[in-house]
Ligand binder design. Structure first.
Ligand SMILES: Cc1cc2nc3c(=O)[nH]c(=O)nc-3n(C[C@H](O)[C@H](O)[C@H](O)COP(=O)(O)O)c2cc1C
Length: 394
């Protein structure tokens, strides 16, 4: 694409270079759990599900959270990368995404005390006798301490120092496997009350050793994981870190001031983008702790980008092209993650591109569609109808 072309395209569709990788546009499919895996393996569902978002124009397609350890799964349906056997299934998805010109990102995580739960639509809640009857027996989750996530949830096993050291190694090994599968970007899941987040928050980390206590202690595990993953992930590939910018709910938990402290520490380790989510530490994650209107978490991304001077990704009820364009254009974030609006419309980026101004070449579309759409647009224009099928003389 020439410099002149780039000048005329919306900021949302401008490329972004991070380390040795160029993001084709600013749109990233947000990590969204599918619960469709068996024993952690990617299958046809994942190929088609993730593939459709590459066809839909997402410059970067991020997987749902992928477990670095078997017991770190949220549910029996989670993807995993705790063994080399998991590499080929994921590589098949990555190869398809690359074939469509999209980058492949993987979110790696560990559910911690929020492990051993039902698929969202089966509860959501801890595994019960019903699931056990069909072979999905509950397992014992782990956490910084033995405080359960909520009433009725299992009591987690408090991790020993040796367990923590082993876990850091698991994260690093998963990063190296992600590289073997061909992923371009890793995001460390440090949000929503899962393992890393539960170490960060004073509401859930009541340890009295080096991994608990003051902010320094509570951040230790997150920083060790980031350091180990950076070391086993090629230096030309970007590393993201998703935080809950604040626990929310008016509780004296992790807050935005803590996020402003950890962001530059992560950057110094080699994290390139802070993905700014929130909540999930206690109570139902589907209810949430924060008041939710359009772009409700954008102020977190803006603050971390502009005050801590660390590049960010914004996420949360970003619904249309104009809203997303404004976030990028006004410098509130560097990337935009689209979640549920992508489930509603997997072709969201292509539609946003049309919304933000005429794109007579249908640039984001694959050639088998673009060729026809260009010709159709020309004949529709003659009768005053837009490519979306609407009258242009409203
Ligand atoms: C079905 C579903 C599954 C999700 N799974 C994950 C996940 O695996 N990892 C994660 O960090 N967030 C997960 N989230 C949160 C989304 O990534 C996103 O932050 C949230 O949905 C808000 O963005 P949205 O309003 O664009 O959907 C999930 C959300 C949904 C709706």
């Amino acid at each position: 694409m020439s410099a002149a072309d780039i000048k005329n395209i919306p900021a949302l569709f401008s490329p972004l270079k991070v380390r040795g990788i160029t993001f084709p546009n600013r749109l990233v499919l947000a990590p969204m759990m599918q619960y469709q895996s068996i024993n952690g393996f990617a299958n046809d569902w994942h190929l088609v599900h993730y593939g459709k978002f590459a066809l839909g124009g997402f410059g970067t397609v991020m997987t749902e959270v992928v477990a670095v350890q078997e017991r770190g799964r949220i549910s029996y349906g989670d993807l995993g990368l705790w063994s080399d056997d998991h590499i080929p299934g994921l590589k098949r998805c990555v190869d398809f995404l690359h074939g469509q010109g999209a980058l492949a990102a993987i979110q790696l995580g560990h559910a911690g005390r929020k492990a051993s739960t039902q698929r969202a639509w089966e509860g959501p809640g801890p595994l019960t006798e019903v699931e056990a009857q069909r072979g999905e027996k509950p397992w014992t989750p782990v956490g910084p301490t033995n405080i359960p996530f909520d009433q009725g949830y299992q009591v987690p096993e408090a991790l020993s120092i040796a367990d923590i050291e082993r876990l850091v190694q698991h994260y690093a090994e998963a990063a190296s496997r992600a590289d073997q599968a061909g992923f371009d970007v890793i995001e460390i899941h440090g949000a929503h009350g899962y393992l890393i987040s539960s170490f960060l928050s004073p509401l859930t980390n009541k340890r009295t050793d080096a991994y608990g206590g003051d902010l320094q202690g509570r951040m230790r595990f997150a920083l060790e994981v980031a350091r180990a993953m950076r070391a086993s992930w090629p230096s030309h590939k970007p590393l993201f870190f998703r935080i809950s910018a604040e626990d929310g709910g008016g509780q004296a938990g992790w807050g935005i001031q803590d996020s402003l402290i950890i962001a530059p520490l992560l950057e110094a380790i080699g994290v390139d983008i802070i993905d700014c989510s929130s909540g999930g530490i206690q109570g139902s994650s589907t209810l949430g702790n924060t008041t939710r209107g359009p772009g409700y978490q954008v102020p977190f991304a803006e603050k971390i980008k502009n005050e801590a001077k660390v590049p960010t990704m914004a996420v949360g009820l970003i619904l249309n092209g104009k809203q997303a364009e404004d976030i990028i254009h006004s410098g509130k974030a560097d990337l935009i993650a689209i979640g549920r609006q992508g489930l509603y419309d997997p072709f969201w980026p292509l539609h946003a591109r049309q919304e933000l101004g005429p794109d007579p070449e249908f640039i984001g579309y694959e050639e088998p569609s673009a060729w026809w759409l260009k010709r159709r647009a020309a004949s529709l224009a003659q009768i005053g109808i837009s490519p979306a099928g609407e009258s242009e003389n409203k």
